[in-house]
Design a protein around this ligand. Structure first.
Ligand code: URA
Length: 455
């Protein structure tokens, strides 16, 4: 197929036909179009955007590149959640087993690290032996037996996203509404879901930082889902600081395990519960937010959610002992404490700087086939608004060598800003709920915290 005229048309602001998108995606997935041509086309899309029919065609072509998981007449409701990408965002690792422990099946297909953000697959693969490349039959059997599976794209499932996602990661073509929407929805629509919940990040660490862009992304994905028979709802959540304390693959997996054992940081738990509530409501297993929240809290405090995680790890070839003893995770060779440079208030913890530093220290990819070091990263124990004293420990840097520690210290020096007083309020953790019916603002101006009206 002649790709150059298509790249040129897109470059010049024209549109490709649905047939052209379909042929392009199929040819690229089969290896008949080289990465350099696909990269050029993706860059043209990033700069020029896609018209509505083009986005629909791209999503459908990506979806059609693999098979769909079918659960036939299995009556257990199946709901998944997907995040648009953040730093320290280990919600999926907590949420999938937690929601499964509440009787809703979660066949979750995730991604690897993308740009400055971490990926669920890389976090899971920090667990010795854990396999994310399950076959379609394995996913189906595991979900029906245990209630959840966490998998990656394979030649069978969402192969187009597997290739395009990896290419976007290393070609500066991540930050585009149509590309993010098609990537996420093509994976999710292959999962055989009854409903989908989206976690759309907003703030400086999100791919699309402004509220308007986050809302547009949410509405774009909701329309794609609803038009294809998958009821879809989105929550807008804060990514103007990392979520939780740990940033880096094994460190985040450890924090997710702590969360499943009831010792998770408050911000991580709030976002996890908010998304979990939406999943239980969408599944129809609870009728009110309050009841859904109770059910989730009980599943966590009873140990059922942690047990689900253990069973899932075992089923996917990993060492389930990690849930009892996180020291089986790979450990960094070098660890050093980072101290507050002055007395004052933390005014910023810049997620993009932290995320890029994790990648630079070896925890992400600069080229498609780069290996990922699961051990490197940060544990940052302060949030915007916290008071600190000169010399007080506020973070730890985990690296593979002294050069990595140096890099980590430099990044924290840039990312964590301490000043006399807070200038800007941090974003509310969960600020908006978006459905096909419209946008609901969830924040109470007096508290700056989230609230939901009971249903
Ligand atoms: N998550 C995805 O799966 N794809 C994107 O493009 C961004 C976040």
């Amino acid at each position: 197929m002649l790709v150059v005229p298509l790249i040129e048309r897109k470059r010049d602001g024209g549109a490709l036909t649905p047939e052209e998108w379909s042929a392009l995606v199929a040819a690229y997935t089969d290896g008949r179009i080289p990465d350099y041509q696909m990269s050029a086309l993706l860059m043209a899309v990033l700069l020029r955007g896609l018209e509505r029919p083009e986005l629909a065609a791209l999503t459908d072509a990506m979806l059609a590149s693999g098979q769909r998981i079918s659960f036939d007449s299995w009556s257990t409701p199946r709901v998944d959640k997907h995040s648009t990408g953040g730093v320290g965002d280990k919600v999926s690792l907590v949420l999938a087993p937690l929601v499964a422990a509440c009787g809703v099946a979660v066949p979750m297909m995730s991604g690897r690290g993308l740009g400055h953000t971490g990926g669920t697959l890389d976090k899971l693969e920090a667990i010795p032996g854990f396999r994310t490349g399950l076959s379609l039959a394995e996913v189906r059997a595991q979900v029906m037996k245990i209630g959840c599976a966490m998998i990656g794209q394979t030649p069978e499932i969402a192969p187009a996203d597997r290739r395009i996602y990896a290419l976007r990661d290393v070609t500066g073509t991540v930050e585009a509404i149509p590309l993010i929407a098609a990537s996420i929805m093509s994976k999710k629509l292959a999962e055989g879901l009854n409903a989908l919940v989206l976690d759309v990040k907003r703030g400086s660490g999100a791919f699309l930082p402004t509220l308007e862009q986050s809302l547009e992304l949410a509405q774009t994905m909701i329309a794609l889902g609803e038009d294809r028979g998958c009821p879809t709802v989105a929550l807008l959540t804060a990514m103007d600081r990392p979520l939780g304390r740990a940033c880096g693959n094994a460190l985040e997996t450890e924090e997710a395990i702590l969360a499943l054992r009831g010792e998770g940081p408050q911000d991580l738990m709030e976002v996890t519960y908010a998304l979990g509530v939406e999943m239980l409501l969408a599944a129809g297993v609870e009728k009110t937010s309050k009841k859904a929240r109770h059910r989730l809290e009980n599943a966590l405090s009873s140990g059922l959610a942690a047990e689900k995680f253990e069973r899932m790890i075992e089923a996917q070839g990993g060492n389930p002992g990690v849930v009892e003893d996180a020291s089986v995770l790979p450990q960094a060779k070098e660890v050093e404490v980072y101290k507050a440079p002055r007395t004052g208030v933390v005014v910023r913890v810049e997620p993009k700087v932290v995320g890029r530093a994790v990648v630079a220290m070896g925890g992400g990819r600069l080229k498609v086939d780069d290996p990922v070091d699961p051990t490197v990263g940060f544990v940052i124990t302060v949030n915007p608004g916290d008071k600190v004293l000169t010399g007080e420990p506020i973070a730890s840097v985990f690296a593979r060598d002294p050069a990595g520690i140096k890099l980590g210290f430099e990044a924290l020096g840039q990312a964590i800003v301490v000043a006399d007083k807070l200038k800007e309020k941090p974003l509310p953790l969960v600020s908006h709920r978006v459905t096909k019916a419209g946008v609901e603002e969830l924040t109470r101006p007096d508290s700056g915290r989230t609230s939901r009206s009971p249903r």
